[in-house]
Design a protein around this ligand. Sequence first.
Ligand SMILES: Cc1cc2nc3c(=O)[nH]c(=O)nc-3n(C[C@H](O)[C@H](O)[C@H](O)COP(=O)(O)OP(=O)(O)OC[C@H]3O[C@@H](n4cnc5c(N)ncnc54)[C@H](O)[C@@H]3O)c2cc1C
Length: 533
Amino acid sequence: MPVAPPPLSTRRSEILARLGQGQIFDLAVVGGGATGLGIALDAAQRGLRVVLVESHDFAKGTSSRSTKLVHGGVRYLAQGNVSLVREALHERRNLLHSAPHLAQALDFVVPAYRWWEKPFYGLGLKAYDQLAGAAGLGKTEWLTRAQALDLVPAAQALGLRGAVRYWDGQFDDARLAIAMARTAAQQGALLVNYCRAERLLYEGTSVAGLVCVDTRTGQPYRLQSRCVVNATGVWVDALRQIDAQHDGPVAYKPLVSPSQGVHLVVDASFLGGNTALMVPKTSDGRILFAVPWLGKVILGTTDTPRQDLPREPRALKQEVDFILREAGHYLRRAPARADVRSMWTGLRPLVSHQAAQDTKTLSREHTVAVSRSGLVTVTGGKWTTYRVMAQDVLLACQQAHLLDPLPACQTQDVRMVGAQTDPTTAVLEGWSLRDPAGMHSYGDEQAAVVAMPGAQRWISPGLSEAMVRFAVRCEYALTVEDVLARRSRLLFLDAREAARAAPEVAELMRQEHGQDPKEGEFAQLSAQFLDIP
Ligand SMILES: Cc1cc2nc3c(=O)[nH]c(=O)nc-3n(C[C@H](O)[C@H](O)[C@H](O)COP(=O)(O)OP(=O)(O)OC[C@H]3O[C@@H](n4cnc5c(N)ncnc54)[C@H](O)[C@@H]3O)c2cc1C
């Protein structure tokens, strides 16, 4: 078994002691999703003194609720956005390289039921390969009907003429986020979950730090920082609005136009293989995915616009109807509500172009904005491109003279915790993200997990007592939800089983940190993941 560097402790008392030391930071990042964590990691690698505060848990927002694809965005190619696709295809490879225990290549079958679909989608996907160049993950191929059914045995065979097979990537989004936080901490960054930024500090007219509050105790902290980055995803406008009040009577315009995406999880047998199914154009023109992931299948589609910003967005009945109905057209066995094991909804931070009505036409590119007082806001983009978003933010900070000139970005070659020994030996032979959850997602840290008490005691398939203890000691987990939703992905895979496991997880957490692990709140949340409208 490969031997990784010993994991850092994430004991809360030590983290809070550092937070209260009165250190002056170079960079304070607000928001611990993919965007904020990517910035913290990049900045720490370049030698900056970095603090990141997250109001809930790392990746609690959109970053744990994605479709779990590492992709160039086939759809944007159809929109002619070539540079966006090329950049994302290169980032796809970088992401896979940075965490091979959490991200892998995945093949997709695009079924052809009409004569023109096979040549049409095939040519488009060949262009996708061309754009990827050396960063390609596999060659697009035209498949016969029999070959398509071999890869996706449970696809609807009636009327199937053939298919196109192409390659993208998939990953474990929340575990990658935690790995990014831990890798940034190894580089000296201070990362604090359950710590909300409440207001900004100013020196004269310039932002000079923030006040944050430990949401578990109510204890406030004043953090002085040369530069503050607002990376709060769909919620960026809250901090921008606070800043705008300080800026005087300038017209304030919101940046984000949110939309939500729903995913349903069903058993692996609905797909019957390890290849994903992608339907580019369903009855209303939306895309449909059926993606094998950690022993289950994720069904999902594109988004629905919404006006409000709830913490726990809920699926609409018509969204669930749509996914089940369309999946029923393309799968031999139509999934019903009773087949759904879990369900989640994510809010997408689309950058608003006020004239556009339909979110499918809004830009997925990210936006970096620096206010007159120097608050740097970043939003939009996607998980796959978190690294270039971080680079753009640090460039904007330098251009606005909020930071001195920095050394070049080094995240291209970063290897996240779990992937820090020799990549050829560290990554477990024969392992696949399609397999049920297990030890493989710890990469070269497996020995450290197995060294915890309870390595052989399984609370649920794929979740051992040792994993819970490791989550508390080394992965910043404070609540039952942190463990069952984002260290293990059980809540996302099987909400009923997660609810069953919760009391035992809670008891272990009490033993570990002696604090309330919020078991009651988890019971409510797990019910929502099963409350199919
Ligand atoms: C349904 C859906 C599917 C998607 N699928 C994919 C995909 O397959 N592949 C892909 O590449 N991309 C995908 N994306 C896009 C991707 O998930 C997002 O672009 C990305 O996760 C956004 O990350 P973020 O850090 O900007 O936002 P978030 O993850 O939402 O993080 C923002 C964080 O800020 C915190 N916060 C808010 N206010 C405060 C405060 N005052 N103080 C401290 N913290 C605060 C929040 O708690 C939150 O954790 C998908 C998006 C959606 C909605």
